[in-house]
Ligand binder design. Structure first.
Ligand code: M6R
Length: 357
């Protein structure tokens, strides 16, 4: 039930801090440490490469997961769009392990790949919000998101839950390999839940950003580097699917290789700046678009902020920034759709789960 909320989407955005706290509880072992089933850790350590397969928002969470698993557990990961994978299968490594990410667990494109990988005899883990769903039943192992039912077509809390569970999996694999992390994941996730709450309290600021930048525009660009780029893909998808504004997520450095031709006077460019090692370069990219007339909206992380940034997110662990930087983008998309009179929870042409290939 959406209770006093005008839309499920807004309710589900607000639920994110609680979902992260629930995930902490559900994945804590007897010593209070975050981990996954031993059998799953074993499969991960046995594999020479992980293949993440997913669609839409779940694919975007997979991109962040790749980053976490590679940098923490030092295991190579490929991320594939399910509908491409089934018709154009990449050359697989000798000991592949498949990771299907699906909120609903019913997405036909992802299931088609699982049917193929099962036939080939490869092991699979499904990360899903729905126990007993098709993808959960047909994979060898399941990791649950514990996000509670997600009703709005635009996925929000499932995305952050997917990233949190992928982080726990990455940390568990790292530990099993003897690669101790130099921070406490439980503590970092608890901080993230608190920061998410602050961001959910910043609705008025996000609504103002939506009115200032998106009320009349026909397009919008999201730019970021490193993991911010992946969050930009998600921010753009959110905006497109519910507000019908043509939106594109771009790697900051790639715009000048063609797409910058689309920047006109007043074109909104939302830039994320949460990563220290690319902060100077993304700032440079913002200058490039501003020089062509763009209207920039920089959302940065505390400690990396510059004069003129529109919004500053309290600092969290640098590897986990997507869990918080996506929240302003979700809210901006929500208010943009609302102001443009769109049906936020049930956008045109879309269904909550896509059960056809
Ligand atoms: O249930 P799934 O996670 O498998 O769904 C995948 C996509 O269809 C889904 O994430 C879609 O992109 C959302 N509407 C995005 O908000």
């Amino acid at each position: 039930e959406k209770g006093t909320y005008p839309h499920y989407m807004l309710k589900e955005i607000d639920e994110q801090p609680f979902v992260i706290r629930r995930i902490i509880q559900k994945y804590q072992d007897d010593n209070g440490e975050l981990t996954v089933d031993e059998a799953i850790v074993k499969e991960v350590l046995n594999a020479d490469r992980l293949y993440i397969v997913a669609c839409g928002t779940s694919y975007h969470a997979g991109l962040v997961g790749k980053q976490l698993i590679e940098s923490w557990a030092k295991i190579p990961v490929e991320v594939h769009i399910a509908s491409e994978f089934s018709y154009n299968m990449p050359l697989l490594s000798e000991k592949p392990l498949f990771l299907f990410i699906s909120q609903s667990g019913e997405t036909a494109d992802s299931r088609a790949v699982l049917v193929q990988t099962n036939k080939l005899g490869h092991k699979a883990i499904t990360i899903t919000n729905v126990p007993g769903s098709t993808l959960s039943r047909e994979a060898d192992y399941t990791l649950l998101l514990h996000a509670g039912p997600e009703i709005a077509v635009a996925s929000t809390k499932a995305y952050t839950a997917q990233i949190a569970v992928l982080a726990i999996l990455a940390a568990a694999a790292a530990k099993a390999k003897g690669l101790e992390l130099d921070f406490d994941l439980t503590k970092e996730l608890a901080i993230i839940a608190n920061v998410m709450e602050m961001l959910c309290d910043a609705k008025e600021e996000m609504e103002n950003i939506a009115s200032d930048y998106l009320t009349l525009t026909r397009n919008c660009f999201f730019i970021g580097r490193a993991v911010d780029y992946y969050v930009c893909l998600e921010g753009a998808l959110k905006l497109k699917e519910i507000s019908y504004i043509q939106a594109e997520g771009f790697a900051g450095g790639e715009l000048k290789h063609g797409t910058i031709a689309l920047i006109e006077n007043g074109t909104p460019v939302i830039a994320l700046a949460t990563q220290e090692h690319v902060n100077l370069s993304i700032r440079g990219n913002v200058k490039e678009v501003v020089a062509r007339g763009a209207n920039p909206c920089v959302i940065s992380m505390r400690g990396l902020e510059s004069d003129g940034d529109r919004f500053i997110i309290p600092a969290v662990h640098p590897d986990l920034t997507p869990l918080v930087s996506v929240v302003p983008l979700q809210l901006i998309a929500y208010y943009a759709a609302l102001h443009r009179g769109c049906d936020v929870d049930k956008p045109r042409n879309l269904a909550k789960s896509v059960t056809v290939e």
